[in-house]
Design a protein around this ligand. Structure first.
Ligand SMILES: [Mn+2]
Length: 290
């Protein structure tokens, strides 16, 4: 399977490399994130190739979809090692790598590779998520989806979390003292700002980001009314245009080097979430590469 219904670019000449990771091993509540990549790729076949706001065909930069990466049965650490090995050469060659999941713990692999390549303080993470994923351990493992941003933060990469609306006390206490290394922009503040016509909510988000940015998009940042197909839905989420506005501004004012779209847990017979996930990935690629 591949992203979009178009002739795929050969790997050697592709600007964009998509890695689908069929992994849902540590998920606590929702099931089915391992089927997310297949659903996203399938839905992408129905997208228009033309982008009316950019007035271009963004796929023309050259998009290559790698084969599905299956988890290593011996556990999360072996699976993450396998993903690192898979993304390393493409990140090293400067391709825009988009990893699709799968559960959020997968994000650690491309980020640690970028940190090795360029240095952890050379870029920021823009983290869109209902949750902070800042637990030290969860259900006996440090490699749970609920710990992924804590692990990334330990690499020394600064994090800017947007759309958050659910914490445990451990996360709250940890983040209170994080300062500049981990900024939080709660969903409620963003939504109230947009409702009163204040479109300056993006300014402080941008100002916290370094010149180079990795975007990790947990689809549960979106409101469950438009994105029910996630493992851990939370009420009070962002809408499509809020996320799109943010992506556009970041692409215009920073350099986006890679991204991921995580936590699609498809609901059989309900295509809207899959299409939304595919469309957001196409918009991310389009704006990052425009
Ligand atoms: Mn989440």
């Amino acid at each position: 399977m591949q992203f979009l219904d178009v002739k795929a670019a050969p790997l050697a000449s592709a600007r964009v490399v998509i890695l689908p990771v069929c992994y849902g091993g540590t998920l606590s509540y929702g099931v089915g994130a391992h089927r997310g990549p297949e659903a996203l790729l399938h839905a992408s076949g129905y997208l228009e190739l033309f982008d009316e706001t950019l007035q271009s065909e963004p796929y023309a930069v050259g998009i290559h979809t790698l084969p599905f990466l299956e988890p290593d049965q011996s556990g999360p650490e072996a699976t993450l090692a396998k993903i690192r090995q898979s993304v390393r050469p493409h990140l090293a060659s400067g391709a825009f790598v988009a990893t699709i999941g799968g559960e959020h713990s997968v994000s650690w692999a491309p980020v640690v590779e970028l940190a090795d390549l360029h240095g952890p303080e050379s870029f920021s993470i823009l983290h869109l998520d209902a949750h902070t994923d800042a637990r030290d351990t969860f259900q006996g493992t440090r490699w749970s989806h609920a710990c992924v941003m804590r692990r990334i933060s330990e690499l020394g990469v600064p994090i800017v979390s947007v759309g958050v609306r659910s914490f445990c006390r451990e996360e709250w206490n940890h983040l209170k003292g994080a300062g500049e290394s981990w900024s939080i922009f709660p969903a409620e503040e963003i939504i109230r700002a947009v409702r009163r016509g204040d479109d300056h909510w993006i300014d402080p988000v941008i100002s916290r980001l370094r010149g180079t940015v990795y975007i990790t998009l947990d689809l549960d940042v979106l409101d469950p009314s438009i994105m029910p197909a996630t493992g851990t839905p939370e009420p009070g989420g962002l809408d499509y245009l809020m996320v799109l506005d943010l992506i556009r501004r970041v692409a215009a004012e920073r350099r986006i080097i890679a991204c991921d779209v995580m936590e699609l847990a498809p609901i059989p017979g309900q295509a809207a979430s899959d299409v939304l996930a595919a469309k957001l990935l196409y918009k991310l690629i389009a704006h990052a590469e425009s």
